[in-house]
Design a protein around this ligand. Structure first.
Ligand SMILES: NC(=O)c1ccc[n+]([C@@H]2O[C@H](COP(=O)([O-])OP(=O)(O)OC[C@H]3O[C@@H](n4cnc5c(N)ncnc54)[C@H](O)[C@@H]3O)[C@@H](O)[C@H]2O)c1
Length: 273
């Protein structure tokens, strides 16, 4: 049986201040990994209908990781800041000596029909959700190859990175883009023993998942509701971030060693309905 411990490994998590990112930090730490936690901790996209994360949120993540008995290097960096990510990776390698696991999780969501959103709205979503992941990859991969330990990169796409969702075509475009990036990168990194897989959550219980600004869109276009169907499993409530972290911890570790270039659903069967 495969050892599921992540002891001695180091994980770099973006969007770590709250929500799914915080949960992944805590669960990876519980499995034994030291954590590098990055978040903007500031307003990042003007069209967002939900509150931004704060420095206090990131401090809470740090406290929770430390309570698991692991070390954490946390920094306020926007994923659009390629140099900032490179500096953080350099400091992490200096402090921890290696980098094994990456969770490219930072992302934003806002609403509007594609021909009605502003150019800025499009740009913010693409810059954060797709170029942000590119910046993460550029920062982490050389360090992972140099360490020579292989590794696991987990990109956070969405059910909307597999299925068309009306009212957020810009978000869909960014999350479908993450899939292409993930699979091509997996082919490039196979020879280094680095696996790359994407996960695809449906409505998850975080500030983004509880964003009520989408209700206006559904009021204006009630027929869009069909695209937000229940899953095969009961979906009265949003998915707990901890349940997404089960998948992340599994993908991070050796128990998923056969998987690369795979799209892992985390959506209770919603994509089949
Ligand atoms: N919540 C859902 O229903 C849901 C469903 C599918 C996919 N997702 C995806 O899951 C990921 C995590 O989202 P969440 O639900 O935890 O949302 P969230 O808003 O609670 O957390 C996202 C975190 O990312 C950070 N972030 C956003 N833009 C950033 C930037 N430019 N630089 C650095 N940090 C930035 C935020 O500050 C925040 O702490 C996102 O990629 C999101 O698209 C969420």
């Amino acid at each position: 049986m495969t050892d599921t411990s992540l002891a001695g490994r180091v994980a770099y998590v973006t969007g770590a201040a709250r929500g799914q990112g915080r949960s992944h930090c805590v669960r990876l730490a519980r499995a034994g990994a030291d954590i590098v936690a990055l978040d903007a901790c500031a307003p990042v996209a003007e069209a967002n209908g939900y509150a931004p994360a704060t420095p206090d949120d990131l401090a809470e993540t740090v406290a929770l990781v430390e309570a698991e008995g692991r070390k954490v290097l946390a920094r306020e960096v926007d994923v659009r800041d390629a140099d900032g990510q490179r500096r953080l990776v350099a400091d992490a390698v200096e402090q921890f000596g290696r980098l094994d696991i990456v969770v490219a999780n930072a992302g934003v969501l806002n609403w509007g029909r594609l021909w009605e959103i502003s150019a800025q709205q499009w740009q913010d979503i693409l810059d954060i959700n797709l170029t942000g992941v590119f910046n993460t990859v550029q920062a982490v991969v050389p360090a992972m190859i140099a360490a020579g330990n292989g590794g696991s990169i987990i990109t956070v796409s969405s059910a909307a990175g597999v299925k068309a969702v009306p009212g957020c075509a810009h978000y869909c475009a960014s999350k479908f883009g993450v899939v292409g990036l993930t699979n091509a990168l997996a082919v490039e990194l196979g020879e280094f023993g680095i696996r790359v897989n994407s996960i695809h959550p449906y409505g998850t219980d975080t500030p983004m998942g509880n964003d009520v600004s989408m209700y206006q869109l559904l009021q204006d276009h009630p027929h869009y509701i069909h695209s937000f169907s229940p899953g095969a499993l009961p979906t009265e409530s949003l998915i707990a971030p901890d349940d997404i972290s089960d998948i992340v911890v599994w993908l991070a570790g050796d128990a998923s060693s056969l998987l690369t270039a795979a799209q892992i659903p985390a959506e209770k069967g919603y994509l089949k309905i």
